[in-house]
Each structure stands twice: as structure tokens, then as C-alpha cells.
Design a protein around this ligand. Structure first.
Ligand SMILES: Nc1ncnc2c1ncn2[C@@H]1O[C@H](COP(=O)(O)OP(=O)(O)OP(=O)(O)O)[C@@H](O)[C@H]1O
Ligand SMILES: [Mg+2]
Length: 212
């Protein structure tokens, strides 16, 4: 198995613009620096581009403009292919009409459970770095489940660079920094205390609690 380079976990978005379909940009000129081992909460309205931004980190999609870096380096496509080869899924991906550009997921390529698992394994190999990406479910949890998730998160995020697409105030408040996306652009960035005092998108979402 190829040995993938270990990284400290610093993530950089450099003037990143991305569209799933030509002419319909979803992310516009994203400049974001996530220092190693910090936790960033990504918030914003539904459809603002949070999940899309997160998906660019494991290079599931490549931006049309700009690039995503790890510890200051642009990850080459070769690393992705090393990981998929190691998980014995490279040949399958390469055989798809759109190859590595294939959209995977509900509306994407049809894959068997075994193939999905191997893709997932490849991602895990690729993500054998101190980076954790969580897309928090919007659905309300009961108090006990929420408590257990928060406790688990406290442990798991230690020593890792963590990006959480956060809906719950309890998650958001414990992040080192909050990034607010609005229509594919970073609208605001700062701590909960600071952003809540501004008359911006975050303060509005925060007032509507359910809106985040
Ligand atoms: N696989 C895809 N193919 C085409 N368009 C997509 C795909 N995934 C998302 N989009 C579009 O990209 C935009 C951003 O979607 P994204 O899923 O990143 O938003 P989000 O902020 O995560 O929303 P939510 O809070 O509802 O999860 C939306 O207009 C969405 O319709
Ligand atoms: Mg999402």
C-alpha cells in the first residue's frame, strides 16, 4: 500500500470558485485559512454551499478556479489515485464515462454497496490526516443524544483540524471560529460572541434559531 504523506492539518482555500454545472457557480472566490488543529463551524442558509465547500477538502470535486491546499501544498491528483488504487476501486472509477469527475451520491453514479464501501475506504485512506469533516444533521436530536454527540466530539476533535457544518448552537459556540456562508460566499467570520453582536447574517440566523 502506498504511504500517503502525513500532514499537520492546515487547510487553505485560495480564491476557490466551483460549479457543479457550467455557468451555475455554487462557490465564489472562497479565501479561507483553517489553522492546524482548530475547529471551524460552517454555518449558513440551506443551499449556501456548506456541504460543497466541505466536499472540496477530500478532493471529491476539484474547483474550476483556485485551489485547496494542505500545509500550504496543493494536493496532486496522484495522491487521490494512490488512495483509490490501494482500495481497489481505481479501475472502476476510471471505467465510468466521467471518471473521477463522476458525481457520486443520490443523484450520481449507481454503485453497488461494495463499491460504495471501497470508495469510502479510499476516502478514509486519503483522509489519513488529522482532519475531521462533519456535516451535522439538521434534524433535532433529543437532549441525551445531543449530549453524547457533544461529548464524543470534544474527544474526537482534539489534535485534529475540524470543519463542522453546524446547526446546533451548542456545537457552534464551542468552535474556535465561525464561518458564515451566504450564496456561495464568505459573508462573515469570527467568534460566536462577536458575530452575534453584529447586524449581519449570523445575528439574523441566530435570532431565528431554526434558521442556522
Ligand atoms: N451534486 C450536486 N449536483 C448539482 N448541484 C448541486 C449538487 N449538490 C449541491 N448542489 C447545489 O449547490 C448549491 C449548494 O448546495 P450545498 O449542498 O453545498 O448547500 P448547503 O449549504 O450544504 O445546504 P444544506 O444546509 O441544505 O445542506 C445548491 O444550489 C444545490 O442545489
Ligand atoms: Mg449541506
Amino acid at each position: 500500500m502506498p504511504v500517503l504523506p502525513q500532514v499537520r492539518g492546515e487547510i487553505g482555500f485560495h480564491e476557490v470558485s466551483f460549479a457543479y454545472h457550467e455557468g451555475q457557480p455554487v462557490l465564489h472566490h472562497i479565501d479561507l485559512h483553517i489553522p492546524a488543529q482548530t475547529t471551524i463551524a460552517l454555518v449558513g442558509r440551506s443551499g449556501s454551499g456548506k456541504s460543497t465547500l466541505a466536499k472540496l477538502i477530500p478532493r471529491f470535486y476539484d474547483p474550476q478556479e483556485g485551489y485547496v491546499s494542505f500545509d500550504g501544498h496543493d494536493i496532486p491528483m496522484r495522491d487521490v489515485q494512490d488512495a483509490t488504487r490501494a482500495a481497489y476501486i481505481h479501475d472502476f472509477i476510471a471505467s465510468l464515462p466521467d471518471g473521477y469527475e463522476t458525481l457520486v451520491g443520490e443523484q450520481g453514479a449507481q454503485m453497488s454497496e461494495g463499491q460504495k464501501q471501497r470508495v469510502a475506504l479510499a476516502r478514509v485512506l486519503l483522509m489519513d490526516t488529522p482532519i475531521l469533516i462533519l456535516d451535522e444533521p439538521t434534524a433535532a436530536l433529543d437532549m441525551e443524544s445531543e449530549y453524547h454527540i457533544q461529548e464524543a466530539l470534544k474527544t474526537v476533535r482534539q489534535g485534529r483540524t475540524t470543519l463542522i457544518i453546524a446547526h446546533r448552537l451548542s456545537t457552534i459556540q464551542t468552535a474556535d471560529e465561525i464561518v458564515v456562508l451566504d450564496e456561495g460566499q464568505i459573508a462573515e467570520q469570527g467568534t460566536h460572541e462577536w458575530l452575534a453582536m453584529q447586524d449581519g447574517v449570523y445575528a439574523h440566523l441566530n435570532k431565528k434559531t431554526a434558521g442556522i
